[in-house]
Design a protein around this ligand. Structure first.
Ligand SMILES: Cc1cc2nc3c(=O)[nH]c(=O)nc-3n(C[C@H](O)[C@H](O)[C@H](O)COP(=O)(O)OP(=O)(O)OC[C@H]3O[C@@H](n4cnc5c(N)ncnc54)[C@H](O)[C@@H]3O)c2cc1C
Length: 262
């Protein structure tokens, strides 16, 4: 079985994140890491491989700038067998439509995939649309937002928790699967895994390697663009209501009413 897992490199949420002058997210000047939600995707891919117990291979694919290769390395350290990093200056500023195009072409070039595993959303843009777009482009069924995943041969059965009902969905590979943060804790890379990852194959592809025209990606053809950004104002000191003369309850009520909480 061939499993491809899509891993995104995102700015570290604890770092001082910023926008570029064209209002795209700065993905180069800040520290980044493998999107935490994609760690769950890697974990599920590895569990499916371990359960299959055969020659199943897990390939981690990432689209992003030079530094984004770190996301692929982390997936290799966790246990993926191969890595692919698609990097090309023309990709900068791509929207979900273009991202899914590049991912689809990379998945196709990586070889016929039985299973394409994604996270439920990226932790930076959080659009949660790439898996569905990818499935459409690859002409594969999509089984999204799975919290429990069971496989038996080419059969996949997932639990999908909705607001009003829990669905149990069955599908046959090949398909695109996205998994939620309820699917099971992602493993930490072991020291052995970190050392082994250094010897695993990691390929770097450009747009021409996967047959994508540079004119079909990037900010200039994006369906959406951020027109303006405003830094969030710094937090102001809280207001302390003191109850020294018995007027505390009234003051508190007035404060809550002024904020329309009551
Ligand atoms: C506030 C905001 C501002 C934006 N600004 C712009 C803009 O100015 N111009 C513009 O063109 N676009 C912009 N975008 C879109 C942005 O480029 C998205 O990051 C991109 O289109 C993919 O969408 P996503 O990250 O939300 O993926 P999701 O659909 O949330 O990702 C789901 C899964 O798809 C996979 N995946 C997604 N991206 C990758 C990747 N690069 N490599 C590997 N796997 C991946 C992962 O498995 C991930 O868990 C913006 C989005 C938002 C919400």
């Amino acid at each position: 079985m061939n499993i491809v897992v899509c891993v995104k490199y995102v700015p570290d949420a604890t770092a001082d994140r910023q926008f570029e002058s064209d209002n795209t997210v700065d993905r180069v000047g800040v520290d980044g890491l493998l999107s935490e939600l994609d760690e769950y995707a890697v974990e599920q891919a590895l569990q499916i491989k371990e359960k299959a117990g055969d020659d199943t291979e897990v390939t981690a694919v990432c689209i992003g700038p030079e530094k984004a290769v770190d996301a692929v390395r982390k997936a290799l350290q966790m246990g993926a067998d191969k890595g692919i990093h698609v990097v090309d200056d023309a990709i900068a500023g791509s929207d979900a439509v273009a991202t899914s195009l590049v991912l689809a072409k990379a998945v196709e070039k990586a070889g016929p995939a039985d299973l394409v595993v994604c996270g439920m959303a990226s932790t930076d843009a959080v659009m949660s649309v790439v898996p569905a777009m990818l499935a459409e482009r690859l002409n594969l069924p999509q089984v999204t937002l799975a919290s429990v995943i069971e496989t038996q041969g080419d059969q996949v059965r997932v639990k999908r928790d909705g607001d009003t009902a829990t669905e149990v969905i069955g599908a046959t590979m090949p398909l695109v699967l996205s998994v939620t943060d309820q699917s099971g804790e992602a493993r930490y890379p072991s020291f052995k895994g970190i050392m082994a990852a250094k010897k695993k194959p990691l390929e770097t592809w450009s747009l021409s390697d996967i047959g994508v025209d540079a004119g079909d990606v990037g900010l200039s053809v994006a369906w959406t663009a951020v027109e303006e950004t405003t830094p969030r104002p710094p937090r102001t000191a809280g207001e302390i209501v003191k109850d020294e003369d018995g007027s505390g309850a009234t003051a508190l009520t007035e404060f809550l009413a002024s904020k329309k909480f009551i």
